[in-house]
Design a binder for this molecule. Structure first.
Ligand SMILES: *Cc1c(COP(=O)(O)O)cnc(C)c1O
Length: 357
């Protein structure tokens, strides 16, 4: 099948998006129990599963299913905060978060090609009011007025669900600001709707270099021929690709799955960037793992396989403290002038320290 559908002139990605499942009845695997509760969940936290991503589900409760089909536990953790990272508190204008000295996060779309059940913007994603033309305009105005901003991250929702024309307008406005050095786009589309990465889109994006893309894959089953084509197309347009993976119970909470995912990402030219400890976001607690598990996964990768495949494991501090990297301890002590260290295989070594005088 080519990029255009046969039936009409709608591009394939739009057709897939329009055929998304948004109600319980449309789900292929029956959800016989807790119907009423699941209906309430969907009315609070929208469901959207496009036919491509739906097709990756092998069976009920598999790692793909868990990422996209609502779970009754989503209403069970009222104690967790809706906005634990206090994004709203660090928003000088609605839809823009300025948390670090030299970079900002700007929301440019309310929609995604699939609503992740573990989304950390679950409180507002999929709602029309999340982003407006005015909020984008004001966000760009803020960047223009703040010369310290040299790095702009577009997020949402998914920026790549915007039409090419609209995305081009936004990118052009940001590129016209001389103090902006780099632009980054955070998107799940290469994973959840790779058909969106058309040659036209890749051609558009390459007008705005230096431009980086942070993709988001969580499981090896998501690395399909379609995803590979999309990522290779972006890489061929000179766009460096990173991946932000979220550590999720029942999805990828295992060192061998994570190792396979990271190595497969490298084969489609995506460099693992972050592995996030799940944020304590209301409606997502059933996905959270312990800190120790994440450290064990990093320990299981570092040294055992290509260093390129090892992401930064990080947590985003409650209240908006920002991301902090978490590393297993390889330095175990000091003995006089010697450092004591343990290598990836668990063997201890003495290594001479230097001095700074
Ligand atoms: C994650 C994030 C960034 C970017 O952080 P990097 O470590 O530079 O990738 C910027 N702003 C906000 C609000 C973020 O959450």
């Amino acid at each position: 099948m080519n990029e255009k559908s046969m039936k009409n002139d709608m591009p394939q990605w739009k057709k897939l998006l329009s055929e998304s499942i948004v109600t319980l009845d449309a789900l292929p695997h029956p959800l016989p129990t807790h119907r009423e509760k699941l209906e309430r969940i969907i009315s609070r936290y929208p469901m959207r599963i496009n036919p491509y991503y739906l097709g990756l589900i092998g069976e009920e409760s598999d790692p793909i299913y868990r990422q996209c089909v609502p779970d009754i536990r989503e209403l069970d953790d009222a104690d967790a905060a809706a906005d634990p990272l206090n994004e709203e508190g660090h928003s000088p204008v609605y839809g823009l978060t300025h948390r670090y000295p030299d970079r900002v996060l700007l929301l440019v779309s309310s929609e995604c090609a699939m609503y992740c059940r573990f989304c950390n913007r679950k409180r507002k994603v999929g709602r029309g009011s999340m982003v407006t033309d005015t909020s984008i305009e004001q966000g760009i105005g803020y960047i223009r007025a703040h010369e310290e901003v040299r790095d702009v991250l577009l997020s949402g929702g998914d920026p790549l669900l915007l039409e090419d024309d609209r995305l081009g307008e936004i990118l052009r406005a940001i590129r016209a600001i001389s103090h902006v050095e780099i632009i980054r786009i955070g998107t799940r589309v290469p994973c959840t709707l790779p058909q969106r990465i058309t040659p036209e889109l890749a051609g558009l994006l390459q007008e705005f270099h230096p431009l980086y893309i942070s993709a988001h894959f969580n499981h090896p089953l998501e690395i399909t021929p379609e995803a590979a084509l999309a990522c290779n197309r972006l890489a061929d347009a000179g766009i460096p690709l990173g991946c932000q993976t979220v550590l999720l119970k029942g999805v990828n909470d295992d060192v061998s799955i994570m190792g396979t995912l990271m190595r497969k990402l490298l084969t489609i030219r995506v460099k693992p960037y972050y592995l996030f400890h799940g944020d304590p976001v209301r409606g997502t607690s059933h996905f959270r793992t312990s800190m120790k598990l994440g450290l064990d996964i990093i320990r299981g990768l570092q040294g055992h396989t290509s260093g390129l495949s090892v992401p930064h494991f990080a947590m985003d501090l409650l209240g908006g403290g920002g991301k902090v990297p978490l590393l297993p301890d390889y330095l175990t002590g000091q003995d006089g002038d010697a450092l004591l260290a343990t290598n990836y295989a668990g063997k201890s070594y003495r290594h001479p320290d230097g001095n700074d005088n």
